[in-house]
Design a protein around this ligand. Structure first.
Ligand code: ADE
Ligand code: ZN
Length: 322
């Protein structure tokens, strides 16, 4: 049930392993005897210092999820928290490579996550979908393997395919084949670009991966022509302001380009990316951005409508949501 004073929210960009509360990671680390003291401090907070060490902390936190039940608990926890903040819809990035490293098959991983999403939906009504991602810095062969695995094991809740990881490595052309296969299989497509890479990285993602959604994409602001192209081609940005601040892409929120992009006509959405790593939540993103840029309730509704319109779910579900 939506609180009338709170804007209904929708999230398109959250990495499920990156949403793991440190308390849950510590609990499972104790159970499986994994040492996580290098990434979780005495105050129960994640510690990392730059993008590379963040990715390493993410890998270690992921390694404590070893069974379908562990993953069910993780997705249920995340979707319940999202619903408690007034969200009606969420898409999570899932990483078959991380599950495999922890000893779990793709099917078991997806079934575990789906069970948790189902339980959260039963309790709260929140709707969820999954986007399987390949990890850019693991290379083209690994990303293609993920695409084949997803296509060969269809699941009604896995409706998208994406690319995450270190944007500073590997050209989008290397991943064109994986994205072509995923697109032909009917999956929605999105790729991280314009976070640590500039406009050229975004242009290459649009050209080679044929995506209509971009993870971040905010550095398009550095190129006027590119901003116009995003508007003309109705490209939707999965903007994660708190993540950008935490990772040092921008120094303070008032210098973040989300408001300029929106005013230029780009379709933007708000997202939490890896919430406890960046000390954020979807609710905090809506609140801090609205306060900084003076967005009204109606402005925030537009953000949610942008997200639902761009969501990788069927038309009937979209209509039911808003
Ligand atoms: N994986 C998890 N979080 C990420 C981010 N912010 N950028 C790229 N890959 C990621
Ligand atoms: Zn991300």
């Amino acid at each position: 049930m939506i609180n009338k004073m709170s804007v209904p929210k929708a999230e398109l960009h959250c990495h499920i392993e990156g949403a793991a509360p440190p308390s849950l990671v510590v609990r499972l680390a104790d159970k499986y005897q994994v040492d996580v003291s290098s990434i979780i401090n005495g105050n129960g907070k994640y510690v990392w210092s730059d993008f590379t060490s963040f990715l390493q902390a993410y890998d270690l936190a992921s390694s404590v999820f070893k069974t379908p039940a562990d993953y069910a608990l993780l997705s249920e926890t995340y979707f319940r928290m999202l619903s408690a903040e007034g969200a009606i819809y969420g898409e999570i990035f899932i990483s078959p490579d991380h599950a495999q490293a922890a000893g779990l098959s793709y099917r078991s991983y997806v079934e575990g996550l789906a069970a948790g999403i189902g339980r959260a939906k039963e309790e709260t009504g929140i709707e969820g979908r999954m986007i399987a991602i390949g990890v850019r810095h693991f290379g083209a062969a690994s990303v293609e393997r993920v695409a084949k695995e997803v296509i060969g094991n269809p699941h009604p809740m896995v409706t998208g395919f994406g690319l995450a990881g270190d944007e500073r490595e590997g050209h989008p052309a290397n991943f064109a084949k994986a994205f072509r296969m995923a697109g032909e299989a009917g999956l929605g497509l999105t790729a991280h670009a314009g976070e640590f890479g500039g406009p050229n990285s975004i242009v290459a993602a649009l050209e080679f991966l044929r995506v209509k959604r971009l993870g971040h994409g905010v550095r398009a602001i550095e190129d006027k022509e590119l901003v116009k192209r995003l508007v003309d081609e109705s490209v939707v940005l999965e903007v994660c302001p708190g993540s950008n601040l935490a990772l040092g892409v921008y120094s303070v929120l008032r210098f973040h380009p989300i408001n300029l992009l929106r005013r230029a006509g780009v379709r933007v959405t708000l997202n939490s990316d890896d919430p406890p790593f960046f000390h954020t939540t979807l609710g905090k993103e809506y609140a801090s951005v609205s306060k900084t840029f003076g967005w009204s309730f109606e402005d925030q509704m537009e953000i949610t409508r942008n997200a639902i319109a761009a969501a990788f779910c069927d038309h009937a579900t979209k209509q039911r949501l808003l």
